[in-house]
Design a protein. Sequence first.
Length: 131
Amino acid sequence: MTTILYDDRVSAVDARADGAHLWLEPDALERATGWKLEPQGLCRGDACVQARAEWRDDAGRVDLAAFAAHLGQPMIADDDAVAFGASVNALREDLLSTIAPDFTLPDLDGNLHSLSDYRGKKVFLYSWGSY
């Protein structure tokens, strides 16, 4: 069994690692990632990506590592787990947007404040480092 961390999912599935490849049965791929093998390709919701021949083996398994690389998702693996990061395109869009990501930090009294608490208001952020 291999633990796969993909988006907000954590799944233990049967997977076969072969060098830089990670082969999963189609049902395990869907459980682990939400991507389903359809006649038109790999689909998740309304989004479909045309499947490439090299993403499939003779047994019908799907190479999740190759598919993730195609989507620009970084992957890190050890003996028991494989984690996939956000796609490079998604990160690029986030960086180029004018929307700050939400975060929560304590004030000097230990009270937590989230940026989203101040939505619609002007906010001045001041940071200081002693390095």
